[in-house]
Design a protein around this ligand. Structure first.
Ligand SMILES: NC(=O)c1ccc[n+]([C@@H]2O[C@H](COP(=O)([O-])OP(=O)(O)OC[C@H]3O[C@@H](n4cnc5c(N)ncnc54)[C@H](OP(=O)(O)O)[C@@H]3O)[C@@H](O)[C@H]2O)c1
Length: 279
């Protein structure tokens, strides 16, 4: 266990606390070989948490991930997500089995409710716990749930929830006001999705200049900042070997106080409560 590793409530360590996202991957046959090589290079570099979803490319991302991890399943901490309309007792088992089939595995390490829909949270908890008992998933969590939803989940016996995957990066700091403190006080880590704002952060002029002054790529600086926050697991998506190598390098970066202060000036922390943002 490293000082930066993040523990899930059930005690399992996510090490290192930096994963690989896969949204928009697996959809373009001409990019497939490079995407698979990228995910495998990420595994070589220790980025063993891979995040996907049944929604991504209508299953194409899961299929591509399945191919990338073939023969390496034991190295991987595999996360997938279910559509809200599938998060019922009647539909979740089949949705999960379909994901497992596409991924070429017999179990998920973490299965998330992608966002909240019409199925009562308590029913999703029951369905998730059953999948866990049946060995289809090792654990479960949620995504895009705001503080009041998390309160409701707790009240619905959702104490088995291992994470909440939310939009979090320098330009989206609203979660720092109450959601992250709420989760932290209960030992629930956050998976930070779109950690480089889908690439948009990289062209922010002053941010890019700061990164250059530190001899870091903007992506590496954005990830290093997130990695300093306790209980946060960024999951950047990289579509090339060069990008995943750049991202993995963020694990070795330590920011100084001056840089942190400057980043707070460029991207101020929240001063009041705002609704959770989603992409
Ligand atoms: N739960 C949810 O609702 C939800 C929502 C959104 C995302 N997610 C998850 O979070 C993951 C990450 O979020 P995201 O894909 O939206 O955005 P992101 O990771 O913030 O950004 C991805 C973009 O950044 C580029 N990039 C990555 N590394 C780079 C580097 N080192 N240098 C330059 N550019 C780089 C990528 O380009 P290349 O492709 O060219 O490398 C891509 O265009 C997703 O893939 C998905 O798994 C979850």
């Amino acid at each position: 266990m490293n000082e930066r590793d993040v523990r899930l409530p059930d005690g399992e360590a996510i090490t290192p606390p930096l994963g690989q996202g896969t949204w928009m991957m697996g959809e373009d046959p001409s990019r497939r070989a490079e995407e698979i090589a990228t995910l495998r290079r990420g595994l070589d570099l220790g980025l063993t948490l891979i995040d996907t979803a049944e929604m991504y490319g209508d299953g194409a991302s899961e299929e591509m991930v399945g191919e990338a991890i073939r023969g390496r399943r034991e190295e991987v901490f595999l996360v997938s997500k279910a559509y809200p309309q599938n998060a019922s007792e009647a539909r979740l088992p089949d949705a999960c089995r379909r994901s497992l089939r596409r991924l070429g595995t017999d179990r998920l390490d973490l299965y998330l409710l992608h966002w909240r829909g019409n199925v009562p949270l308590g029913e999703t908890v029951v369905a998730m716990e059953r999948l866990k008992r049946d060995g289809l998933i090792r654990n479960w969590g949620v995504s895009n749930l705001d503080t009041d939803d998390m309160e409701e989940l707790s009240a619905a016996d959702g104490f088995g929830c291992q994470t909440n995957q939310v939009l979090y990066n320098l330009t989206r700091r609203g979660v720092e006001w109450n959601l992250l403190p709420w989760m932290s006080s209960r030992g629930i880590p956050a998976m930070a999705y779109s950690p480089i704002e889908q690439g948009r952060l990289l062209s922010h002029p002053e941010f890019a200049l700061l990164a250059e002054g530190l001899s870091l790529s903007p992506a590496r600086l954005a990830l290093a900042w997130l990695l300093e926050r306790p209980g946060v697991i960024p999951i950047p998506k990289a579509g090339s070997v060069a990008h995943v190598e750049d991202n993995a390098g963020a694990l070795d970066v330590r920011l100084d106080e001056e840089t942190r202060t400057f980043l707070d000036k460029l991207f101020p922390p929240p001063t009041h409560r705002t609704p959770l943002e989603m992409i």
